[in-house]
Design a protein around this ligand. Sequence first.
Ligand code: GDP
Ligand code: MN
Length: 387
Amino acid sequence: MDLLEYQGKQYFSKYGVPVSEGGAAETVEQAVEIAERIGYPAVIKAQVLIGGRGKQGGVKIANNLEELKMHAENILKLTIYDRTGTIGYPVKVVWIERASDISEEYYASFTLDRSQKKHLGMLSAEGGVEIEVVAENNPDAISKIWIDPVVGLTDEALTAWVKAAKLNPKAEQGTIDILRKLYDVYIKGDASLAEINPLILTPEGKVHALDAKVTLDEAAAYRHPEWAEFVGLDSGDERERAAAEKDLQYVGLDGSVGIIANGAGLAMSTVDIITQVGGKAANFLDIGGGANADRMVDALTVINDDPAVKVIFINIFGGITRCDDVANGIVQAKSRVNLKAPLVVRLDGTNAELGRKILVDNASDTLIMKPDMLSAAKTAVAMAGGN
Ligand code: GDP
Ligand code: MN
């Protein structure tokens, strides 16, 4: 679960990472109230779940009330686009904070390096720009540290890592202090990403987080009741928002074959096989275990709302979930949801024969049973008109 910048900053504060004083606003009036309280110059920042806001007019500095009103009004009307320009994130909230004077901009983050089975810390004197760009153009400018989770981040290793980044010597001690706390955000706060870009050095020699990017590890939600306030945050994709409300693992794609599968592995294979036979998936959707009628209704509803979907491919492998239960669920769900697209179903695994029989007994132009994945994929792609 990704947090908005201001929520990330609140989370930072909890663990002692210094951030600027500020407030979140949904209207120009609220923005004015906050700015008048904290004083000028103030920064106004679009709160959306992607970076690159600065370049798109989503970050502005106001020196007085007039400028603040103007910027707040403009930013609250903005839509910020992702890097490919396909998904737009309408700005609903702005964050206002006291503007900082910047001498230097750095980059700092902790994340997981799965291939090394270690935590990875990255620090660079070239901050303010996307780290992917630095990694591409000047990889040596990124100082890295791999942290054994059992050992943790020792003071010696932390100091060596920061020295290797060749920051302004004036920033070293402040950066060490912040990174120790950022590591707490990452470990104690159960984040899978804790990133500061830019981490700044001020003319007074203070080090301070100007931006916050935090991804919380949802597997740890059970020990963080305080995360409840973050749930339901907006993803830019309407379909993903609707799916998240129904607790479905859904990722929107740009094809016309809707996909429902149980298990992330099978869902990915399904996307692959659709591509292999010349089609394009409209989504990735894993309904997980317990593929019952309610779950099927939820999944079908989400996919049915996507106007691009021409056919829905349901690909289920029964394990603990029995195929006859799934088949009954599909038949029931079909009568409960007014589907715009036909269903192609492939069932295998526990009680597959029983399940297939139920589907055959209920077969129609809009409910087609195929015994194997390949023929089901081909049928679905053909019905979608080839793409
Ligand atoms: P992003 O572009 O979405 O990552 O948004 P950031 O929060 O990183 O802000 C983008 C850029 O705006 C920063 O790299 C800074 O150069 C600038 N900026 C943000 N806050 C301030 C501030 O308080 N003072 C000044 N002078 N510049 C700021
Ligand atoms: Mn940033």
